[in-house]
Each structure stands twice: as structure tokens, then as C-alpha cells.
Design a protein around this ligand. Structure first.
Ligand code: BG6
Length: 483
């Protein structure tokens, strides 16, 4: 099936932190892929900005090498790459001083869409926003893209929102959570709100519980300094996992537009139950024969930071009363696998002989790898031998079902940057959403801090700490296997 790609308008995109890790790994390769897909007009400008002095040719070399290194299996067409590099510029700008701003102002055009990607530490957001304003570079139509972490607690998030709102209105601010740009995450909305089938069952009457698991094999090596101050709760739960939870639990918005969707997500966050201390398990990976420990990776031999969290919570409203939501995420686990599983209730009454094998229906949404969905249903085992029941998955793996369209899926960042240029904020977090998410997370973190909570150790390469298994087993349930 041929994919239908709609080109965006010509734009000027300024990347603050233009030589940084995110620019090299995600932003530049992602833009190149969209360019190859004919989505980006060649008259557009991509302007890398950083505080180091670089000639334009050096920046092109950096971009060339980043694209070559981080384009995965994508075959790089030399002619396209040359043409793409032709759109790139570099300016040395001092975010905390006045150097370079005039030159930047001369290069950015006011008669095309212009966007500013702040891929820098939050301490620079205010400095950059104020100078974009002072040097008359940004206009009321400009867009500003903000990377996470958006603060480290409620008060710092409020402060950042306050600073940004001095210079930009909310409809100009794009707070990125790249999980919202993942193909399957969007498909979750399509499945829920584009089919009649699921929505009538999507409530406490039919759903037993929900599991959201984001398991990673990577450790924190290389980012220890950042991660050790953050931990899994701030790095993953406050944003990615909560956003996934919102999309599962929200009411159908009246329209698929940014504010309708975000209003509904906000209501979910506000309805989240406070987490009891015994409904949460923190873990930290320990060394094994082959793997370093968290403390070695983070270069902090006394660290109590968690690299794993498992939480049981509920959404306190009519739809979800009594349905537990189990969330877990961790680093250096046995497999990289992210999944949302909707586990439906058992049959109210079985007409078959006991032990015939009916199982609960499970809708499993696999975010990565192998994006797709399966729906476990009970059927009769084919052939003679009486009524023997088996449980089989109805497989909705997208790459197979959609042929080349599936393989061509843009990475989350590519999709989100194109949404910025289109001016579509649906997949970005609104300021009040971020604040509400911190409001729920803050007391949990504060409670750990006040009692110097020590995370449970788990072997690197395992499925996580034993206590996390016990958390769900106490309710006579099991975590889905990480596979
Ligand atoms: C980032 C976190 O936001 O998401 C990282 O800071 C984490 O710690 C990453 O590894 C996971 O993203 P993905 O897309 O690889 O699941």
C-alpha cells in the first residue's frame, strides 16, 4: 500500500543545541528521512545553533556523519543527502549573552513558518525565549519546541510555564513527549475511537485490569549525571507512562483536535488515585557477572536513585472505579519491550465443561519493538475430539497488514516535528497537563525522600525486583511476561 505523504509548508527551523546528542541522533536524521519522503520543501532552512564556533562546512560534516550513523536501516541516497545538507546553516549563538542573535535574526525568515527547537537544559529556556523576543526574531506565529524534562517537580514546572508564557502563548508552545509520536500510541486512539467494537467494553464492567510496561535493556551509562538526579519516576513515569495511561483511560473527546484531546487527558490525570506506599516498588539494577550495577554506571556508589518502578493506581471516576492500573518501567531488564495490555474480565458463566480452556480476552498493544496489536480470543481447537477450547491471538501486526506502509513508519520525533510545522498540538502536552502530572508524582517522590527509601536490588538482565512480582500477585494477578 503506498503511503500518502502530505508535504508541509516551507519553514525555518532553528535547533538550539544543534550539535548536541538529540540533534545528532534524532532531529537531523529524522528531518533527513522526512526530506527523502518528499515531505519537506527544499526551500526550507534548518539552522543549527550552539555556543561553539563552527564553520558551516564543519556543521554539514557533523550532520552528514550523524545521518549516516543514526539512520538505522534506511539506505542513504547521496544525491538526497547533498540536497538536504544544502538546507543546513550554522550560527554560533550565546544563549546567555548577545553574540550571534543579530545574525540569527537576519537568517530566519518571517514570511515562512518558523520554529525554535530548544534542545538545551531548562535553565536556558528563559534566556533563549527572552532573546528571541528582544531581538525581534520570533513572531506571534512562531512555534517553540520544548524538550523534557519539563521541570523536576511541580514548582519548577510552574516556574518554566511562567517564563515561557511571558514570551509565547500556549498555542505556540510544543512540549514534546516522544511517546505520543509513536505509531502504536496513535493507533490506540484510532482503535478506541474509530471502531464501535471496543468502546462499549472499555469500562469497569468488562475490564479486569490494565498493565502498562516499558522495559528497556539499556542502562544509564553515559547519562548517569542526569539520571541520578531524576530516576525512573521523573524520567519515565511522570511523562511517558502517564501519557499512555491517559490515552487508555480518557473519555472520547468530542473532536480530534488539540484542546478536546488534552482536556480529556487532563481529567484523567486529575482523577488518578494517590498511591499508597505499599502499592509502589522501587528498584535499582545490581551487578551480575556480565553487567555493571546502576551505581557503577551512575558513578555514585551511594546512590538511592531508582532505575525501576512498579505502581498500582486507579482512576477515580465512574468508568474506571475499581479497575487497577499496574504500571512498571525499568532499565537493564531482560528484553526491550513496551506494551499496554487490557485484560478483560472472566466470563460470567461458562457453558463448557470445567477446564476446557476459556481464558480472559486480552488486547495487547505492542509499542516496540514489532509495533502491533493482538487480541487473544478463545476458539475451538480445530479437528475432531470434542469441544476443546484454545486461546489464540488475532494478530494485527501493522508491518504485515500494511505492507511497505508499515516499514516506512516515521520515528516518533519525525512525526512530531512535522506536526510542529503543521501547527498541530494534539500530540504535545499542554502546560496544565504537565503541572497536573507533577502534582500526582511529587508526593510520591517526597515520601521516598523523607524516609530515605532504599530501592530493592534486581539483577541486571532480569525481569525486575521480586517485590514488584509480589505487588501484583497479592491481587491474584500476574505481570505479563516481558518478551
Ligand atoms: C527518554 C528517557 O525520554 O525515553 C530515557 O529519558 C529512555 O531514559 C527513553 O531510555 C526511552 O525511549 P524509547 O523511545 O527508546 O522507548
Amino acid at each position: 500500500m503506498a503511503s500518502r505523504i502530505i508535504p508541509v509548508d516551507t519553514f525555518d527551523l532553528v535547533i538550539f543545541g544543534g550539535t548536541g546528542d538529540l540533534a545528532r541522533r534524532k532531529i537531523l536524521p529524522g528531518l533527513f528521512r522526512r526530506f527523502c519522503a518528499s515531505q519537506i520543501p527544499k526551500e526550507s532552512r534548518i539552522i543549527g545553533v550552539a555556543r561553539t564556533h563552527l564553520e558551516r562546512k564543519d556543521y554539514l560534516l557533523l550532520a552528514h556523519d550523524s545521518i549516516t550513523e543514526f539512520s538505522g536501516n534506511h539506505i542513504i541516497d547521496k544525491e538526497y543527502l547533498e540536497a538536504f545538507l544544502g538546507m543546513l546553516h550554522y550560527i554560533k549563538v550565546d544563549a546567555q549573552g548577545e553574540d550571534g542573535w543579530e545574525e540569527l535574526g537576519e537568517l530566519v525568515r518571517k514570511d515562512v513558518v518558523n520554529a525554535y527547537y530548544l534542545s538545551v537544559g531548562p535553565n536556558l529556556f528563559g534566556e533563549i525565549a527572552s532573546r528571541l523576543n528582544k531581538w525581534n526574531i520570533a513572531t506571534p506565529e512562531s512555534r517553540v519546541v520544548i524538550e523534557k524534562p519539563f521541570g523536576h517537580d511541580l514548582s519548577s514546572a510552574k516556574k518554566l510555564n511562567g517564563i515561557l508564557s511571558q514570551y509565547f502563548s500556549e498555542n505556540q508552545i510544543y512540549r514534546i513527549d516522544h511517546y505520543l509520536g509513536k505509531e502504536t500510541v496513535q493507533n490506540l486512539m484510532a482503535v478506541r475511537f474509530g471502531n464501535l467494537l471496543f468502546e462499549p467494553l472499555w469500562n469497569s464492567q468488562y475490564i479486569d485490569h490494565i498493565q502498562i510496561s516499558v522495559a528497556e535493556t539499556v542502562g544509564v551509562g553515559g547519562r548517569g549525571a542526569y539520571y541520578d538526579k531524576s530516576g525512573a519516576m521523573r524520567d519515565m513515569v511522570q511523562n511517558h507512562l502517564m501519557q499512555l495511561l491517559c490515552l487508555i483511560a480518557m473519555e472520547p473527546p468530542s473532536q480530534f483536535n488539540p484542546n478536546s484531546v488534552r482536556d480529556e487527558k487532563l481529567k484523567v490525570i486529575r482523577a488518578l488515585a494517590d498511591v499508597e506506599p505499599h502499592h509502589i516498588v522501587r528498584g535499582q539494577y545490581d551487578l551480575t557477572k556480565t553487567e555493571q550495577s546502576y551505581r557503577q554506571d551512575a558513578e555514585n556508589s551511594h546512590s538511592f536513585t531508582e532505575s525501576y518502578v512498579a505502581i498500582k493506581t486507579e482512576v477515580n471516576n465512574w468508568r474506571w472505579a475499581g479497575v487497577p492500573f499496574y504500571l512498571r518501567t525499568g532499565k537493564k531488564l531482560k528484553m526491550r519491550s513496551s506494551e499496554i495490555a487490557i485484560i478483560f474480565k472472566e466470563l460470567p458463566h461458562s457453558i463448557f465443561e470445567k477446564g476446557e480452556g476459556e481464558k480472559q480476552n486480552i488486547l495487547a498493544i505492542q509499542l516496540q519493538p514489532n509495533e502491533g496489536m493482538t487480541l487473544d480470543v478463545t476458539i475451538k481447537e480445530p479437528g475432531p475430539g470434542g469441544m476443546r477450547l484454545i486461546n489464540v491471538p488475532l494478530d494485527m501486526t501493522f508491518a504485515e497488514a500494511l505492507g511497505d506502509h508499515g516499514e516506512d513508519n516515521p520515528d516518533a520525533y519525525e512525526r512530531l516535528i512535522m506536526d510542529v510545522i503543521r501547527g498541530n498540538q494534539t500530540l504535545f502536552m499542554r502546560g496544565d497537563e504537565v503541572e497536573a502530572a507533577w502534582m500526582w508524582t511529587d508526593p510520591i517522590i517526597k515520601a521516598w525522600e523523607s524516609r530515605n527509601d532504599v530501592p530493592k536490588l534486581y539483577d541486571a538482565g532480569s525481569a525486575g525486583p521480586e517485590d514488584a512480582m509480589a505487588l501484583i500477585q497479592r491481587d491474584n494477578r500476574l505481570w505479563r511476561e516481558i518478551k
